[in-house]
Ligand binder design. Sequence first.
Ligand code: ATP
Ligand code: MG
Length: 444
Amino acid sequence: MAMNIKRPNGTEDVLPKDAHKWHTIEKIARETAESFGFGEIRVPTFENTELFLRSVGETTDVVQKEMYTVKAKETEFTLRPEGTAGTIRAMLQNGLLNEALPQRVYYLTSCFRHERPQAGRLREFHQFGVEMAGSASPAADAEVISLAKIVLDRLGIKNIELYINSIGCPDCRKKYHEALRAYFENRKDELCDTCLTRLDKNPMRILDCKSPICGDIAKDAPLIIDFLCEDCSSHFEKLQSHLTNLGIEFKINPKIVRGLDYYTKTVFEFVTTEIGAQGTVCGGGRYDGLIEQLGGQHTPALGFGMGLERLLLVMEKQSCEYLTPKKCDLYIATMGDDALGKAMTLAASMREFGYYAEFDLMNRGIKAQMKYANKLGAAFTLVLGDNELSEGKAKLKEMKTGEETEILLDDKFTVNFDAVYFDKLMEGLEEQEVLGAFGKKEND
Ligand code: ATP
Ligand code: MG
């Protein structure tokens, strides 16, 4: 019956052979965030729809077209389209903002948006995100941007540009909205339907419209940067001097307005041209009004979201290095039931030491077992038959060199394996040193 069911459009399976790529990103993201004092937060996959309406904003693409809203019994929920709203909700609900500020949290999580699937644009995608609440200082903006930059650097990603802009506070925006309305009013007839409603409610959103016609009309629109109040423009200048001090290159892009409504002052994006149209790998900014909007006290805050699928696309394109997946340390080939029993206990003790050990579960012959061990790339193999069992010892074979070492099959098996393993490791290192000194092996 269920034979032909496929995964939904816009979702992906991650198979064991690729898991280490995800682990690489996750490890670097966690370690970097923690080195900046961010702690991990995990919040529910779904929230009350109202939360996203009030935070992301009713005139955004996300709310207007992309939310997965489900009705379960009598209640309506929405699968999180982004990480900030749920995170801030959790910080408020759990009183984190009453503790020492700034509060700093990060997450690695899935997000859901009903979009047209294409490379780098999925319906379920994953984000690494951070949020910092409590600091109004431009140094906090620099801190968050530099965290993102260090993650990208540590992943080995190159040719990525940082664009920054300031979209001001509600004060500067009032004047700016008037100027935008006046500008778009003339070409009202050409705007798409969505933008037509935006013209009234939130004209800045038009600048973010993906329709090429609206994009073309918006080309010569007034720029927010020319409307900043003194506070906002000095904040923006200080941020720039902090970035310069940190040696982080950036370009000001007055066209960035970001897709979510809650941003104020600083907004930024890390963009690459190497993975096609979906080149924005990370987007973030300051949202000084959001916490108050969600029922908290006025608390300046900021953060970013980094798309993990897009990171992986860039990493593949640029042949970045990943953590090496764990390889089999010992494969035990067995003949007969007694040998199998012994292999099970030997493997158990190996695993207790943190080694990866395997033995045959398919009833294969010895030859086929060795072939399988080769395919696994096992570092060592051990053949157990009646003779080995009765003598209480066997030959440990290093697969790379074919060298064999006799090893007792007693309680100290794993300790002895350890010794052989480290001997071989040292030999390997010495060989590398020789290589280093002479440039190449003698008989190369
Ligand atoms: P875009 O302009 O590409 O639609 P956005 O402004 O909607 O992006 P944000 O809401 O700021 O994106 O999300 C932060 C990051 O999450 C993006 O920079 C991107 O890397 C990633 N992202 C957003 N939507 C998707 C998606 N549908 N599939 C994969 N990654 C996504
Ligand atoms: Mg989007």
